[in-house]
Design a protein around this ligand. Structure first.
Ligand code: PMV
Length: 315
């Protein structure tokens, strides 16, 4: 029996995290070389559907799993969407290169890989909007009230300008960008940081709304800079966004130290990416300086670094 498979990329939020939860725009891009993969083969008759995720330390029997188990949920919802009434006898194996709980969208990528593998297995391809909807439902378990940016960028697998309630806008990138991403190694549950921002917003609505407006303006300037370049302008806007994230109190001494180290090593600009507190930092760097910046980030305490290129896309 042939094996069906699907994969999905990690993502990085370039601009606008947190403010995007409050209706402002944000920009995210896929990291195509960091991927989650799912493959499906037949299980013995009557065994039902089992999901094996060694990287996550999980083995899930779909028929027995709790209703809030994210892996079981994505399988059930995808089968539902494809009008398959009971879980077939399958073994779904998941493998992922994406670090967990570090703001690179590992949960969304795993879900999207599972959806694509199931769709391939039953021969009913799903479009990006369908995949995005299915992944969103699973993301709600991890995040509480996700803005929808992670599932969108993972499902479309292209740079996206995103605002809640609007059709995602694939972004034409008019400049080659070299990104260095550094993982602090400090897990940062998005749900907790988003809840803290919510408390701050309830306590000081006008201060937070003004910050979100400022972040929204940075995002719009960043969209223009991504379209026309130069890369230096994109970097400067990352610095602006980072200052606002510090004011929002979602940065941390470690994240500040890593951003500073990247800039000292020649980055055009740097910011935290994702929920903050821990997770990761993203820097825009001159072509050719990526290794030096990555080394500086590791010297400053990053557990791992990734270099990624965002290439000019046709208008
Ligand atoms: O932790 P991540 O990378 O999934 O990013 C969360 C981004 C937030 O804006 C903080 C939350 C959201 O749902 O958009």
């Amino acid at each position: 029996m042939s094996i069906a498979s699907g994969s999905a990329a990690a993502k990085v939020i370039l601009f606008g995290e947190h403010a995007v939860v409050y209706g402002r725009p944000a920009i995210a891009a896929p990291l195509s070389h960091l991927r989650a993969r799912a493959s499906i083969k037949s299980a013995s008759l009557g065994e039902g559907c089992i999901v094996l995720a060694a990287d996550l330390g999980q083995e899930v029997v779909v028929a027995e799993a709790a209703s809030d188990d994210p892996l079981a949920l994505i399988v059930r919802n995808t089968l539902d969407r494809l009008s398959i009434s009971s879980a077939p006898d399958w073994i779904i194996t998941i493998q992922s290169d994406i670090p967990i709980a570090s703001g690179l969208g590992s949960g969304a990528a795993v879900s999207a890989a599972v959806v694509r593998a199931i769709a391939a297995r039953v021969g009913s391809p799903l479009d990006a909007a369908d995949i995005s909807d299915l992944v969103y439902e699973a993301e709600r378990l991890h995040h509480g009230t996700p803005s929808g940016i992670d599932n969108t960028v993972v499902a479309y697998e292209q740079p996206i300008y995103y605002m809640q309630g609007q059709r995602p806008e694939p972004l034409h990138v008019g400049v080659d960008l070299t990104l260095v991403i550094a993982d602090t190694g400090i897990p940062s549950p998005t749900k907790a940081v988003v809840a803290d921002v919510r408390k701050a917003w309830e306590a000081e609505p006008s201060r937070l709304e003004a910050l979100f407006d400022d972040i929204g303006r940075v995002v719009d300037r960043a969209r223009a800079a991504l379209q026309t370049g130069p890369a230096e302008a994109v970097g400067r806007l990352m610095d602006d966004n980072q200052r606002l994230l510090v004011e929002l109190r979602v940065s941390s001494p470690v994240l500040t130290r890593l951003c500073d180290a990247a800039r000292r090593a020649g980055a055009y600009g740097a910011k935290l990416s994702g929920a903050g507190r821990g997770g990761n930092v993203v820097a825009v760097v001159p072509e050719g300086a990526a290794n030096e910046v990555a080394l500086a980030l590791r010297d400053a305490g990053a557990r791992a670094t990734y270099v990624s290129h965002l290439r000019q896309s046709p208008p």
